[in-house]
Design a protein around this ligand. Structure first.
Ligand code: LER
Ligand code: MN
Length: 271
C-alpha cells in the first residue's frame, strides 16, 4: 500500500474535502517533505494541467500521480454521465475522456465520482443507472484503446442514488476490464453495514482507497476503527493507494501530517 494526498485546483471546491487547495507545486513540495508517495489532483478540466510542468514538479518532489478527479465536470460545468440528453451526455463522456488521456500520460487513472449523476428531473433511477452504465462502457472502450484506467466511486445517499455501496458499484462495473472501484471510507462509513466485510468481499475489484475518517477529517481525527480495515486490505493483497481525501482540518499541513502519522502507524508498523 502507498500513501497519497489530495490537492484541488478548482476555486469552486474551496470548501471541499481536499487537503491542499490552489497551488499544485507548493502542495507537492509539502507532501514530499512529509513523506507521501503520491498526489491526487482535482483539476477544473483536462487542459488546466500542463503535462510537462506537472511531470517536472512530480519528478523534483519524488512523487507519483495517484489519480486525477473529474468531479469539476459536475461541480463547475454541471455535466453528468447519466444526462438524458444524448448530446449533453456525449459532452460529459468527452470531459472524462480528456482527463483520462492526461492521466494516462502519468500511468494514472481518472476518477468518476460526482459525474455519475442521479435520478430526478424526469429520469427514473433505472434510466439513470442504464445511462451511467452506457457511459461507463464507452469510457471503458476508450481506456482499452488508449491504455487508460478508470475508477468508479460509489457515493453516499446524500450525493447520488446510483450506487451507494461497494456491492452496487461492483455490479455497475461488471465486465468492464479497465474500470475498478474506488472505496471511499467516508462514504462507506455511511452506507456499509460492515466496512471490513465489504472490503474483503469486493476487494478484487478495488483499485483505489479514499483514506478518510468518519467526519471526513484525516484518519485518527474521527471515530473510525481503521486497524481492522488495514488488516483486511493486507489480507486481500491490496497494493494500491490510500489517498487522503479529507478536509484541511485544522490546517492543510496538520491534516497532511496527521494522515502521514496514521499511515505509518497503521500500515508501516502494524502487521
Ligand atoms: C469524490 O471523491 C467524493 O468522494 C465525492 O464525495 C465528491 O466530493
Ligand atoms: Mn471520494
Amino acid at each position: 500500500m502507498q500513501s497519497a494526498i489530495t490537492v484541488s485546483l478548482v476555486p469552486q471546491a474551496v470548501r471541499g474535502p481536499f487537503v491542499f487547495h490552489g497551488n499544485f507545486a507548493d502542495s507537492a513540495r509539502v507532501a514530499s517533505r512529509i513523506g507521501f508517495d503520491a498526489i491526487e489532483i482535482f483539476p477544473p478540466f483536462a487542459d488546466a494541467l500542463n503535462t510537462a510542468e506537472t511531470q517536472s514538479v512530480l519528478a523534483d518532489c519524488g512523487l507519483s500521480l495517484a489519480a486525477l478527479g473529474t468531479g469539476a465536470g459536475w461541480l463547475v460545468h454541471r455535466r453528468s454521465l447519466a444526462h438524458p440528453d444524448h448530446q449533453a451526455r456525449s459532452e460529459a463522456i468527452d470531459f472524462v475522456r480528456r482527463i483520462m488521456d492526461v492521466a494516462s500520460e502519468f500511468h494514472a487513472p481518472a476518477i468518476i465520482g460526482s459525474m455519475q449523476g442521479k435520478s430526478g428531473d424526469g429520469v427514473t433511477l433505472d434510466q439513470a443507472r442504464g445511462l451511467l452504465r452506457e457511459s461507463l462502457e464507452a469510457l471503458d472502450a476508450h481506456a482499452a484503446a488508449s491504455n487508460g484506467k478508470l475508477l468508479y466511486e460509489p457515493l453516499n445517499r446524500y450525493e447520488t442514488d446510483q450506487c451507494n455501496t461497494l456491492e452496487q458499484g461492483a455490479a455497475m462495473i461488471r465486465d468492464l476490464p479497465n474500470v475498478r472501484l474506488l472505496a471511499d471510507w467516508f462514504h462507506m462509513n455511511i452506507e456499509e453495514a460492515d466496512m471490513a466485510q465489504a472490503l474483503r468481499q469486493f476487494g478484487s475489484a478495488i483499485g483505489h482507497i479514499h483514506f478518510a475518517d468518519t467526519n471526513r477529517r484525516a484518519v485518527g481525527l474521527g471515530h473510525l476503527d481503521a486497524q481492522p480495515l488495514i488488516q483486511t486490505l493486507r489480507q486481500i493483497g491490496y497494493t494500491g493507494y490510500l489517498s487522503a481525501e479529507v478536509f484541511p482540518y485544522p490546517t492543510s499541513e496538520e491534516a497532511a501530517r496527521q494522515t502521514a502519522d496514521a499511515y505509518i502507524k497503521l500500515v508501516k508498523t502494524d502487521s
